[in-house]
Write a protein that binds this ligand. Structure first.
Ligand SMILES: *[C@@H]1O[C@H](CO)[C@@H](O)[C@H](O)[C@H]1NC(C)=O
Ligand SMILES: *[C@@H]1O[C@H](CO)[C@@H](O)[C@H](O)[C@H]1NC(C)=O
Ligand SMILES: *[C@@H]1O[C@H](CO)[C@@H](O)[C@H](O)[C@H]1NC(C)=O
Ligand SMILES: *[C@@H]1O[C@H](CO)[C@@H](O)[C@H](O)[C@H]1NC(C)=O
Ligand SMILES: *[C@@H]1O[C@H](CO)[C@@H](O)[C@H](O)[C@H]1NC(C)=O
Ligand SMILES: *[C@@H]1O[C@H](CO)[C@@H](O)[C@H](O)[C@H]1NC(C)=O
Ligand SMILES: *[C@@H]1O[C@H](CO)[C@@H](O)[C@H](O)[C@H]1NC(C)=O
Ligand SMILES: *[C@@H]1O[C@H](CO)[C@@H](O)[C@H](O)[C@H]1NC(C)=O
Ligand SMILES: *[C@@H]1O[C@H](CO)[C@@H](O)[C@H](O)[C@H]1NC(C)=O
Ligand SMILES: *[C@@H]1O[C@H](CO)[C@@H](O)[C@H](O)[C@H]1NC(C)=O
Length: 825
């Protein structure tokens, strides 16, 4: 019995651990682009790789169609796009985080037919999906990201990808669908001390500088091609059309898709034909186009290719000669004219060929994710990213009397994080002020060129209060003016936030008096002093962490002890983050509820499909079941006929009304079939298991008896079991043996198609009873030997007797040892 428990236990543990590693250890990375998204996955035991989507493709169109309660993603959504242009959402990345009146949003609206309305509270984008439903752009994006997660959860994976990087300078030229970015990156291998006496090799990856063209991208090419096609179409049917093709969202959506296809074909061929049947007002579209025609349409775009490269070099004060290679990333660089322009600029020999540009970003992100998660051993890469824009703080001085006797303030503007500050940096601003004040944080020193595309430059407005009160109190107590320290952070994601504001007071005072100095806040300020005494680099030297008042209480005496103390008191800090406001609580709540409802609908649809599959496979497998020899033995003709009839009726129903039947009808049908099947299955299983169970209990009885005999018959060892105990165990054996014999006789008299009188459940119960009684006897410990004057104090010797109790323990520990070792990457 113990063995059975042990196996069950092990099995359970294994299952539990596997589930843990699936749900907790996997890291996924999503490279969400304007046209496509890619999903990377790292999981213990599975190499870093791209997740395949349901079409076994490595990238999925960033497209979503919502039809009724159903959501359709990727290629299927692209295909539905032409039929349901208003309910299909494309290229959302171009406008996420923008205000509805932004010029990019206007440009988007001229391309896509979806109806955009401004969010009344935030000014951001809402889509009027139909008369009754509005989706925020955030919700639509959330749906696609959770779909990406589903893909990662569902997909199987392929072979290892080695990432090989040499330390050097590289330009990553990334032209996506909507924007282009060049980054100059240096890789260095650095030897670092690892644990113990070992060195480890770490790759330092530093982003040196960045160059942008925020509107240069592959999609602009599609749009131009489409305009060209539309113009040609209108011209071809001039005078025959009721209205221009431009007025038909459906036709324009199809035309955009065709433009993208033609662009891709022209990347590998010099000419092709654009062709769409029944495009607009029942007229077909057919047009031959050459690569050079396409290139003349985009000459101005090609001229802009160089911009980001020059910017990145200028910013880094380097020349192309310093750069080892240029890695082309993103879909945009596939266009031959663009690729050859880059080759002309940097030199063909510097174009890195070994990187799959389209996938580099998501693999990198997955790699980074794995590094951050601490669950994985990845080759260590230290990454230093930088802020792309300088960030400054504006504030006004306190009122001061100027030379002419008037009271004035002065405005200060200080660059806090300059353009190439590493992300993940904290700064402390120190002020000498005596009253509450405010300051603002914004992007500063932007040139005209950047400003024109930039949108709002304000980041946050902060207000500090509580200072005036403290100063007033201090004045009353004759203590020095406080200093004010405000901590700001540029997060790893490049987001600026105000962490805290504290007033610090340095005073020479009597230690005990400090405790009551701030009255009600007494406890708090003590804590603050312990927790945050200037943990930052720019703080004054460490004298701040002097003994906390009170620690030395036992030493204070009548002679008052003078100490120098620095105390920090948190101030009230209100920060309003400007720019795009986060979703309000109610909106977020409503969005979450709506997404849950849709998820629930998805879940119900899947549950229904599952119920249907179960019913189908029941019907399908029934014939096999009914022709099984044991089943025939343990059931009557009548029972089998009834089941067969019900099953064939269900089969007919399934392919008629059952096609659209609700889950409840499917489940009811399955249940009524199972109800007929169940007693037969029960008898079949009992029939199969009974002999084994009978054998098990008989041998348990036999070995228990042998065990008792052995104890009774052993004369070499002093016996410590009483006859009573041993007889009780034997009696249990006899009683159960008698029960078994009777039941067996009875069972042998009845037909196999009648429910058994001797069941395996009962046998199991009896087996437990024997086991319980057996353990009482077997685990009894011998009495401790009385210590005699002549004996040594060693009473442990009695423990030399082997007992089953400790056997049992070792079995239990084994279960724990069974846990599998964690797989590593
Ligand atoms: C509007 O769209 C939602 C979501 O697709 C859907 O649930 C609802 O039934 C639609 N309403 C109408 C009137 O079509
Ligand atoms: C470890 O690296 C240091 C330099 O950082 C070097 O001097 C030393 O020799 C290295 N030790 C080993 C064992 O490689
Ligand atoms: C910030 O303070 C200045 C004066 O110091 C004042 O003019 C301005 O209105 C204040 N702004 C806020 C948001 O309180
Ligand atoms: C200080 O803290 C103690 C317990 O931590 C509490 O009982 C006491 O009321 C607090 N005093 C003040 C002034 O907050
Ligand atoms: C810090 O304390 C040391 C001695 O403990 C003293 O020499 C030094 O001047 C102090 N520094 C400051 C800034 O008070
Ligand atoms: C108490 O103060 C003395 C000097 O003022 C110092 O040397 C000692 O470490 C302090 N004790 C504690 C427990 O902080
Ligand atoms: C009180 O403290 C002072 C300085 O710490 C010390 O010199 C003096 O001996 C102490 N007096 C008593 C009575 O403990
Ligand atoms: C139990 O013992 C009896 C009699 O000694 C023997 O006939 C029988 O085969 C044994 N059964 C098992 C399962 O060991
Ligand atoms: C009696 O028990 C002892 C200790 O368990 C064992 O070593 C010995 O072999 C047994 N003798 C017989 C006759 O079973
Ligand atoms: C305990 O059991 C082991 C193996 O089962 C045996 O070698 C050893 O002699 C036993 N010790 C005693 C004290 O019975």
């Amino acid at each position: 019995m113990l063995k059975t428990i042990f196996i069950l236990g092990t099995g359970f543990l294994l299952t539990a651990l596997c589930m843990l590693s699936i749900s907790e250890a996997a890291v996924i990375a999503v490279d969400y682009g304007t046209n496509w998204f890619k999903v990377g996955l790292v999981k213990p035991g599975i190499p870093l790789d791209i997740v395949l989507n349901r079409d076994s493709k490595r990238k999925t169109p960033s497209v979503l169609t919502i039809r009724g309660e159903e959501r359709i993603y990727g290629t299927d959504a692209v295909n539905l796009g032409a039929r349901f242009p208003f309910n299909t959402y494309l290229s959302l990345k171009q406008i996420i985080g923008r205000l509805a009146d932004d010029k990019y949003v206007q440009a988007y609206q001229s391309v896509f037919p979806n109806k955009i309305i401004p969010d009344p509270l935030r000014g951001t984008i809402l889509f009027q999906h139909n008369e009754t439903t509005v989706f925020s752009i955030e919700e639509l994006l959330a749906m696609q990201l959770s779909y990406a997660r589903e893909l990662a959860e569902a997909t199987a994976h392929e072979s290892i990808k080695d990432v090989v990087i040499t330390p050097q300078y590289h330009i990553f030229y990334d032209m996506g669908a909507g924007s282009t970015k060049a980054s100059l990156i240096s890789f260095k291998t650095v030897e670092m001390k690892d644990i113990g006496r070992f060195n480890k090799t770490v790759i330092n990856m530093d982003v040196i500088s960045i160059g942008y063209d925020r509107t240069l991208g592959g999609q602009e090419i599609d749009i131009r091609l489409r305009s060209y096609f539309a113009e040609k179409f209108d011209k071809t049917y001039e005078g025959k059309l009721k209205e221009s093709i431009i007025k038909s969202p459906r036709a324009m959506t199809r035309l955009l898709k065709e433009a993208n296809r033609v662009k891709q074909i022209l990347s590998a061929n010099t000419e092709t034909v654009a062709s769409l049947e029944n495009l607009h007002e029942e007229r077909d579209f057919r047009l031959a186009i050459t690569r050079s025609e396409l290139e003349t349409m985009i000459t101005d775009l090609i001229k802009r290719v160089n911009g980001p490269i020059q910017d990145v070099l200028n910013n880094a004060k380097m020349t192309l000669a310093d750069v080892n290679s240029c890695v082309l990333v993103g879909g945009g660089v596939r266009v031959p004219a663009i690729q050859s322009t880059i080759k002309d600029i940097v030199g063909e020999d510097k174009i890195a060929q070994n990187v799959n540009g389209d996938e580099a970003a998501v693999l990198g992100a997955a790699f980074r994710g794995a590094g951050l998660s601490r669950q994985f051993k990845v080759k260590e890469i230290k990454i230093k990213d930088i802020a792309s824009y300088p960030i400054k703080v504006d504030y006004e001085s306190e009122l001061k009397e100027s030379e002419d006797g008037t009271m004035n303030t002065k405005t200060y503007r200080t660059i806090l994080f300059d353009e190439y500050t590493s992300v993940g940096t904290r700064k402390i601003m120190s002020f000498k002020r005596t009253s509450d004040f405010n300051f603002s944080i914004n992007y500063g020193n932007l040139n005209e060129n950047i400003l024109k595309d930039f949108g709002p430059t304000d980041i946050a407005a902060a207000k500090i209060t509580g200072l005036s009160d403290i100063v007033k109190k201090h004045n009353d107590n004759g203590i020095e003016q406080p200093k004010l320290k405000v901590t700001l952070q540029l997060s790893d994601s490049g987001i600026v936030s105000v962490i805290d504001a504290v007033a610090t007071i340095e005073h020479q005072t009597i230690s005990d008096k400090i405790r009551t100095f701030f009255g009600v806040n007494n406890n708090k300020s003590d804590e603050a002093l312990k927790e945050v005494p200037f943990s930052d680099e720019s703080a004054p030297p460490d004298n701040a962490s002097q003994p906390v008042p009170g620690e030395n209480d036992t030493q204070t005496n009548d002679t008052e002890q003078i100490q120098k103390k620095i105390e920090s008191i948190p101030l009230n800090l209100e920060v309003e983050y400007l720019g795009i406001k986060p979703m309000g609580f109610n909106e977020k709540d409503a969005a979450i509820r709506r997404l849950r409802t849709m998820d629930e609908t998805d879940r119900r649809r899947r549950a229904r499909e599952e119920a249907r599959n179960n019913l189908e496979s029941f019907v399908y497998n029934l014939q096999d079941f009914l022709s099984d020899q044991i089943v025939i033995k343990v059931s009557t003709d009548k029972q089998r006929k009834e089941l067969a009839a019900k099953s064939s009726e269900t089969s007919e129903w399934l392919y008629e009304e059952g096609e659209d039947a609700p889950i409840e009808s499917l489940l009811t049908r399955l249940n009524s079939l199972r109800l007929l099947e169940k007693p037969i299955v029960y008898r079949r299983d009992e029939h199969a298991r009974r002999p084994e169970a009978v054998n098990a209990i008989q041998s348990a009885i036999n070995s228990t008896r042998e065990f008792v005999e052995k104890i009774k018959g052993n004369t070499t060892v002093e016996r410590y079991h009483t006859d009573e105990e041993l007889d009780k165990l034997l009696n249990v054996c006899n009683k159960i043996e008698k029960w078994l014999d009777e039941k067996l006789t009875e069972q042998n008299k009845i037909e196999p198609y009648v429910d058994p009188v001797l069941t395996t459940v009962e046998i199991e119960r009896m087996l437990r009873e024997i086991e319980r009684e057996f353990l009482i006897v077997a685990t009894k410990r011998p009495p401790k030997r009385k210590a005699t004057p002549s004996a040594t104090t060693d009473s442990e010797s009695t423990n030399n007797v082997n007992n089953t109790d400790s056997d049992q323990k070792s079995t239990t520990t084994q279960v724990v040892k069974e846990s599998p070792t964690h797989e590593e990457l």
